[in-house]
Write a protein that binds this ligand. Structure first.
Ligand SMILES: Nc1ncnc2c1ncn2[C@@H]1O[C@H](COP(=O)(O)OP(=O)(O)OP(=O)(O)O)[C@@H](O)[C@H]1O
Ligand SMILES: [Mg+2]
Length: 273
């Protein structure tokens, strides 16, 4: 469903062509969970931006769901993004003056959905990420992990077929990062294609497949990560396949149960009911 052929991206810098992606060929099927790894500056975000229709390749063909989107104009690309793609970023990218609920409503405003339905769906999405009780908080009244959960709620509210996450755990501690990864795993189990960029083998190990980028080209794992990280990737990928160990969550609240208990809110709630 995602097919990149001969994708080149270059920028004109000080009168010279800087080639950032060189002849990329990559196919990702609907329902896959793919990690992208590579050194800083290797072109990972550039590649994600092209896949996400946020940017256009300089040359080459990009077919998304059988449509040649590399030929689309800005307006058409915006339509594809709004309908088919959810985005999650390292720094959350929430609008600071809007509440969690209003932030999640945004993609639906762009999609022209009426207010009543917007609120209902935004509430459902926040409920799904375990943040029902934080809906009216502003971003600065939320923890890092909670902000990222709002961002995930925002990314899924239009029911995209693809979620793109550029270092989604980069600004979070390990435990919170694991919870965010469990959430992506669950969304993937529900059928959403998940593509994420990360520097960490532990994070990449949640994916079924890892793609390695170096100097703007796809390359083999050993060109990018050390032996130890490679082992980590292999073991996790293999055991996840064999035991289906990450597929045991009933819903996203289960994933976040621990967090809620940690800050005491859930315990109190239960006590008063
Ligand atoms: N708008 C631009 N104009 C010129 N050069 C750019 C532009 N955007 C990115 N680049 C260059 O393209 C290269 C790849 O950048 P990119 O952001 O894709 O790297 P990355 O792999 O995501 O790195 P990081 O891990 O640090 O996020 C870098 O050398 C960067 O300087
Ligand atoms: Mg980047």
């Amino acid at each position: 469903m995602i097919e990149l052929h001969n994708i080149v991206k270059s920028y004109l810098v000080a009168g010279e062509d800087l080639v950032v992606l060189k002849d990329i060929h990559l196919t990702i099927e609907q329902g896959e969970f793919v990690a992208i790894m590579g050194p800083s500056g290797s072109g990972k975000s550039t590649l994600m931006n092209i896949i996400g229709c946020l940017d256009k390749p300089t040359s080459g063909e990009y077919h998304l769901q059988k449509k040649l989107v590399s030929d689309y104009n800005e307006k058409e690309l915006a339509g594809v993004r709004n309908q088919s793609i959810g985005f999650v970023f390292q720094q959350f990218q929430l609008l600071p003056r809007l509440t969690a609920l209003q932030n999640v409503e945004l993609p639906m405003i762009y999609a022209g959905i009426g207010k009543k339905e917007r609120i209902e769906r935004a509430e459902d999405a926040l409920d799904k990420v375990g943040l029902k009780d934080r809906m009216n908080h502003l971003p600065n009244e939320l923890s890092g992990g909670q902000k990222q959960r709002v961002a995930i709620a925002r990314s899924i509210v239009n029911e995209p077929s693809i979620i793109l996450a550029d270092e989604p755990t980069g600004a979070l501690d390990t435990k919170t990062g694991e919870q965010i990864m469990d959430m992506f795993t669950l969304l993937n189990k529900e059928g959403t294609t998940v593509i994420l960029v990360t520097h960490e083998a532990e994070v990449a190990s949640y994916a079924e497949r890892t793609v390695f980028v170096r100097d703007g080209e796809l390359t083999s794992a050993d060109e990018v990560v050390g032996h130890e990280a490679l082992e980590k990737l292999r073991t996790k990928h293999d055991s996840a396949e064999q035991n289906n160990e990450r597929g045991n969550f009933v819903n996203l609240e289960d994933v976040f149960e621990e967090t809620e208990t940690d800050d005491g809110t859930k315990g109190e709630e239960e006590a008063t009911h």
